[in-house]
Design a protein around this ligand. Structure first.
Ligand code: FES
Length: 155
């Protein structure tokens, strides 16, 4: 038998994408109107700024079935709210550490700066992320822990 990692051909990664209203969301729109084809595995959620992406949104997405989470925002110095994307970047580094400690591969979380004019970059990033997550396979979630006996009786 081959030592190669078996890739489930039927596995279609589910990616939740939080796109900033002013840049990456417009880039995705441009990709659509330009008829640029990219993998259909992404569900886009529009946020006003990448800095609006609360870490809990990312953790909830993973907990509720996402195999990957993509955050897209304006390039540095282009954020419409001055420094929202720097806030997103700081949170991203913290989130990466957090998800790693939860047993989630870092590659499942990605942050990209994509301006409104970069429709083709949306295709490149999404296609690349889908392929990488397809190679990783579905996210294996831990079953929820049973509450301790003391917690049940204390309620
Ligand atoms: S407005 Fe786009 S990242 Fe802040």
């Amino acid at each position: 038998m081959s030592d190669l990692v078996q890739i489930d051909a039927k596995f279609e990664p589910r990616i939740v994408a939080f796109f900033c209203n002013w840049c990456t969301y417009l880039a995705a729109d441009l990709a659509g109107t330009s008829r640029i084809k990219y993998a259909p595995n992404t569900r886009v959620i529009r946020v006003m700024c990448s800095g609006r992406v609360d870490p809990q949104f990312v953790l909830d997405a993973f907990a509720k079935g996402a195999d990957g989470v993509l955050i897209g925002g304006c390039h540095p110095n282009d954020c419409h709210y001055q420094e929202g994307n720097y806030k997103a970047l700081r949170r991203f580094h913290l989130l990466k550490r957090m998800v790693r400690q939860m047993g989630i591969e870092e590659e499942r979380l990605r942050l990209e700066w994509i301006s409104a004019a970069e429709g083709d970059r949306v295709r490149v990033v999404i296609d690349d992320m889908v392929e990488k997550i397809r190679a990783l396979g579905p996210l294996k979630r831990q079953p929820a822990a049973e509450p301790a006996a003391e917690e049940v009786t204390a309620a």
